[in-house]
Design a protein around this ligand. Structure first.
Ligand code: RP5
Length: 155
């Protein structure tokens, strides 16, 4: 199974490459596309609707400003959708966060923090780990290593 990463603009990539590199670290395959809810709505719909057949198990959708992308992806699929609000110059990303997090009841989107690309990828790995014991083990190891680093911190 793989993950579908989509972002509203190429300008989101400097943030979203952390999602791709985190998936790489876990050996998780992904498709990555620039598709916009506003600028390319028809192409977005086609990409999402064919995703399940292409082996996509969950989406990570990133956008900034009037960040409707993740919600529109969720409107076209019942696969899990994780939203990454991108920090904006005008409003610091609060606009993106609020656009993503307040979904209408019945069309859920799991929103991570502003620029939270890495956590979005970890959540995606966690979803895949429900049916993949290798990924479950890798996540356990990641957490243990993280804890070890905290406990070894010297100040
Ligand atoms: C959103 O508008 C994109 O996701 C991006 O975060 C923001 C600005 O896009 P550009 O004007 O840089 O293409 O759709």
């Amino acid at each position: 199974m793989k993950i579908g990463i989509v972002m509203g603009s190429k300008s989101d990539w400097p943030v979203m490459e952390a999602a791709a590199s985190t998936l790489d670290e876990f050996g998780v395959e992904y498709e990555k596309r620039v598709l916009s809810a506003h600028r390319t709505p028809s192409e977005l719909e086609k990409w999402v609707e064919g995703a399940r057949e292409r082996g996509i198990a969950a989406f990570i959708a990133a956008a900034g400003g009037a960040a409707h992308l993740a919600g529109v992806v969720a409107a076209f699929t019942t696969l899990p959708v994780i939203a990454v609000p991108i920090m904006t110059k005008a409003l610091g990303g609060l606009d993106s966060l609020l656009s993503m997090v307040q979904m209408p009841s019945g069309i859920p989107v799991a929103t991570v923090g502003i620029n939270g690309a890495k956590n979005a990828a970890l959540l995606a790995v966690s979803i895949l780990s429900v049916t993949d014991p290798t990924l479950r083990g890798a996540l356990d190891e990641f957490r243990a290593e993280q804890a070890r680093k905290v406990l070894e911190s010297e100040i």
